[in-house]
Design a protein around this ligand. Structure first.
Ligand SMILES: [Mn+2]
Length: 441
C-alpha cells in the first residue's frame, strides 16, 4: 500500500537501488557488481535437484526467480545488464525471455552458456555477489562477496521502495486468501495435510514457491514453534489450529499467522485477548523509537494477560524481569520482511555492519533497529504451552506463582501466535495483513 502514487514504481526502484549501489561502491575500487542468480544443486548420488532459491540480491533488481545461471551486471551510470540464461535443452523447459514493462530499463542479453557472460564482462574491475565463489575466482573477479558492500546493501534493504511495498501487499492479499480457506478447512474437520493443500490451492502456490514452510499445527503441535509435519489424520478432538503460512509476489514474502479455537472456553478467550493485545501493540508503535523496546512492552502486556487470566500470581513487571514470561513466549516479537521472510540487516546498527544485539534474556529477537519509515516488519506475539519449558518453570523458584491446574487444561491446545506485516509510513503503522483480511471479507 503505497501512499504516494508514482507513475512507475519500478523505475523509481531501479533509481533507488542505483544510488545505493553507488554509495556502497564509493569506498572501493570496483566499477560494479556481477550478481549471480545461483545454480541448482542435486542430492547426493542423484540427478534430482533441490528446489532452486534465487539469490535475493539478484531478485532485488529483477522480478526473475526461476532462472538459475542468470546474472545481472550493475555499474553506476550504466544501463544495467541482465544475462538471461536460456539453454538449448530438450530435457527441461527453458524459461521464456521476459517481455514485461520492466525490461525496458534493462539491456537483456540471452545466453545459452555462462561462458558467454565471462566474455562480455571485465572481471578484474568487478565485485561478485553470489554463492559460486569458485566460479568468481576462476573468472578473476576482483572481490568476492565483499563484506563492506554487503553490509551497506543489507542495511538499506530494510527501507522498502514503493515497488517493493506493492509486491508485499500483493503477497499479503494472496496469503490471506489461503488463510481464509485454511480456516474453513480446519472448522470442517480437515487434517493438517488437508489444510496445507487447501492453502496451497487457494494461493496458487506450489509448496516450493511459498516463502517458508507452512506451519499447520493442530492441538499440541502448536507448541512446537517451527512444527514441520502435516498429519494426514484429524485428531478425534481437534481443539485448535495455529497456521503460520505465507505467500510470494515477485520474490517478496508475506508472513502471516492465525490461531483458531474450535469451541468457546478458556483457550478461545485467550485467543481473543491475544488478538486485542496484538492490535493494541501495533497501535502503540509510534510511542516506541526502537523495536527492542516494543518487544519488551509485548512481554509486559503478555504477562499482564497471564495475571488477569489467573495463570500467574506474580506482578507483570516481575514476570518480565525474572524471565518467567520467556517460558510462555520464547521467540522474538518479529523481524524485517522482504525478499527473505526473515529479511537481512535486522540487527545492524549501521552500514558498517556493527551489530546491535538483543538483550541477554531475549536472544531470539531478530530485529533490534530503530523503527523508521519504509520499513516492513512483522508483529507476532505468542503464548505457548511448551512441555519442555513448563518443566523448567515447574522446577524453578517461581513454581508456586503459576496456576498449574489451568496450565494442564491448556496444554492440549499447544499455543497461540498472531502475526501481521506492518509498513511504517509517516511515522504510522499500516497493517498490510489486516487490510487484506478486510478487503477479502
Ligand atoms: Mn514471522
Amino acid at each position: 500500500m503505497s501512499t504516494e502514487l508514482s507513475a512507475d514504481p519500478y523505475a523509481d526502484h531501479i533509481g533507488i537501488l542505483s544510488s545505493r549501489l553507488e554509495a556502497a561502491l564509493a569506498g572501493t575500487s570496483l566499477d560494479g557488481l556481477l550478481i549471480a542468480a545461483g545454480q541448482e544443486h542435486t542430492a547426493f548420488l542423484d540427478d534430482r535437484a533441490y528446489p532452486f532459491i534465487v539469490n535475493p540480491h539478484f531478485n532485488h533488481w529483477v522480478p526473475v526467480r526461476q532462472v538459475p545461471e542468470s546474472f545481472v551486471l550493475v555499474r553506476p551510470a550504466h544501463k544495467p545488464v541482465l544475462f538471461f540464461h536460456q539453454p538449448a535443452d530438450y530435457w527441461y523447459m527453458s524459461a521464456s525471455a521476459p517481455e514485461d514493462e520492466w525490461t525496458s530499463y534493462w539491456d537483456i542479453r540471452i545466453i545459452q552458456n555462462i561462458t558467454e557472460v565471462r566474455d562480455q564482462i571485465d572481471p578484474p574491475n568487478l565485485g561478485f555477489i553470489g554463492e559460486d565463489t569458485a566460479l568468481a575466482e576462476a573468472w578473476g573477479c576482483r572481490e568476492i562477496n565483499p563484506e563492506s558492500v554487503l553490509n551497506h546493501l543489507h542495511y538499506y534493504r530494510a527501507y522498502k521502495t514503493d515497488y517493493e511495498i506493492d509486491a508485499l501487499q500483493v503477497a499479503a492479499n494472496t496469503a490471506v486468501r489461503g488463510h481464509l480457506k485454511a480456516r474453513d478447512t480446519f472448522f470442517s474437520g480437515g487434517s493438517e495435510f488437508d489444510i496445507q493443500h487447501a492453502y496451497l490451492a487457494a494461493t496458487f502456490h506450489r509448496e516450493q514457491e511459498t516463502p517458508y514452510t507452512s506451519i499447520v499445527a493442530i492441538n499440541e503441535h502448536a507448541s512446537v514453534l517451527h512444527y514441520q509435519y502435516y498429519d494426514q489424520s484429524t485428531p478425534v478432538d481437534n481443539l485448535s489450529m495455529l497456521i503460520d503460512a505465507g505467500a510470494n509476489a515477485q520474490g517478496y514474502a508475506a508472513d502471516v499467522t492465525r490461531t483458531y479455537a474450535k469451541r468457546d472456553g478458556l483457550f478461545a478467550d485467550l485467543v481473543t485477548t491475544m488478538d486485542e493485545q496484538q492490535q493494541a501493540l501495533i497501535k502503540a508503535i509510534p510511542e516506541f523509537s526502537n523495536y527492542t523496546d516494543l518487544h519488551l512492552d509485548m512481554h509486559l502486556r503478555l504477562s499482564q494477560l497471564l495475571v488477569e487470566s489467573g495463570l500467574s500470581t506474580m506482578s507483570a513487571p516481575a514476570m518480565v524481569e525474572s524471565g518467567v514470561s520467556f517460558y510462555f513466549m520464547p521467540h522474538g516479537l518479529g523481524h524485517l520482511v522482504g525478499l527473505q521472510t526473515h529479511d537481512v540487516g535486522g540487527q545492524q546498527r549501521d552500514v558498517e555492519g556493527i551489530l546491535k544485539p538483543p538483550p541477554e534474556q531475549h536472544r531470539a529477537l531478530r530485529l533490534t533497529r530503530n523503527i523508521e519509515d519504509d520499513m516492513v516488519f512483522t508483529i507476532e506475539p505468542g503464548l505457548y504451552f511448551i512441555p519442555m519449558l513448563l518443566k523448567q518453570l515447574r522446577a524453578s523458584e517461581h513454581n508456586s506463582s503459576i496456576n498449574w491446574t489451568m496450565i494442564n487444561e491448556l496444554i492440549g491446545f499447544g499455543g497461540i501466535r498472531i502475526e501481521d506485516n506492518i509498513l511504517m509510513r509517516n511515522g504510522q503503522p499500516h497493517n498490510l495483513t489486516r487490510s487484506a483480511f478486510a478487503e477479502a471479507s
